[in-house]
Ligand binder design. Structure first.
Ligand code: NAP
Length: 247
């Protein structure tokens, strides 16, 4: 029996917040990790509590190893063994060609998106293995990984490529320990991440290029994540699931 404690990194807004709320409806006790926006994280916790669920908010930078270890300690103290991890925290910088990307920017994007996902996945596996509970990990990739994000975010695309390779390799390592590891590849999803890239209307502006003819919502990505977390996906591991409207 897996623990019902679920850590959602970057749960204060966007896809992470939608996932935290949707997972609570399935009975997960949710740790809403955030980086800078405590008020937004507390609002997610309050919304879950108002619906009869359990949640706490925990600050932490996933790029910092000590923060990730402390996040898992707080989760275990609140809800017992961690049964699920959603590696959702991710960042994007301003749209630019690779020739204009600084090494500091490259390192920060890789540090948060790839190293942060590695640190949290490693901690989840260590603890799920030690407790012999098994568990489930869902990583957030992006359609940028296969498409490359030319002239916009090649650094971001590369970080998501790393997340995908880690997903496949880790799934093969830990299957026998009863741990499933999968990833979702969102396409154009209407969240505030695009504002950070200086293109707040990006998802809607590019909607016509999507086969389904529109941007997706955070709630639609959350549905796929929560399915992968659930026992309904009990034979699914090492999978990369596009949630992209066919993009
Ligand atoms: P978002 O709205 O920008 O939210 C990002 C979340 O990550 C926030 O809760 C933020 O916390 C948190 N965060 C940022 N840096 C962090 C750090 N160092 N440590 C811990 N938390 C951190 O993003 P989103 O659009 O929902 O995207 C969520 C995930 O889906 C990301 O991995 C993204 O790459 C991926 N994705 C998104 C799209 C899309 O079109 N939106 C497409 C493909 C993939 P604070 O606000 O508290 O700082």
């Amino acid at each position: 029996m897996n623990g019902r404690g679920l850590i959602v990194t970057g749960g204060s807004r966007g896809i992470g917040a939608a996932t935290a709320r949707r997972a609570a409806r399935d009975g997960w006790q949710v740790v809403v990790n955030y980086h800078g926006n405590a008020a937004a994280a507390e609002a997610v916790v309050q919304a879950i509590a108002d619906s009869g669920g359990d949640a706490i908010a925990v600050q932490g930078d996933v790029a910092r190893e000590a923060d990730v270890l402390a996040l898992f300690d707080r989760a275990e103290a609140a809800f017992g063994p961690v049964g699920g991890l959603v590696n959702n925290a991710g960042i994007l910088d301003r749209a630019a060609p690779l020739s204009e990307i600084s090494s500091a920017r490259w390192q920060r994007v890789l540090q948060v998106n790839a190293t942060g996902s590695f640190l949290a996945a490693r901690e989840a596996v260590r603890r799920m293995t030690a407790a012999a509970t098994g568990g489930v990990i869902v990583n957030l990739s992006s359609m940028a990984a296969p498409l490359g994000a030319a002239n916009e975010f090649v650094d971001y695309a590369a970080s998501k490529g790393a997340v995908e390779s880690m997903t496949i390799g880790l799934a093969r390592e830990v299957g026998r320990a009863g741990i499933r590891v999968n990833a979702v590849r969102p396409g154009l999803i209407d969240t505030d991440i695009h504002g950070d890239a200086g293109i707040p209307d990006r998802a809607r502006a590019l909607a016509a290029s999507v086969p389904l003819g529109r941007a997706g919502s955070a709630a639609e990505v959350a549905e796929a994540i929560v399915w992968l977390l659930s026992d309904a996906a009990s034979y699914v591991t090492g999978a990369i699931l596009p949630v992209s409207g066919g993009r």
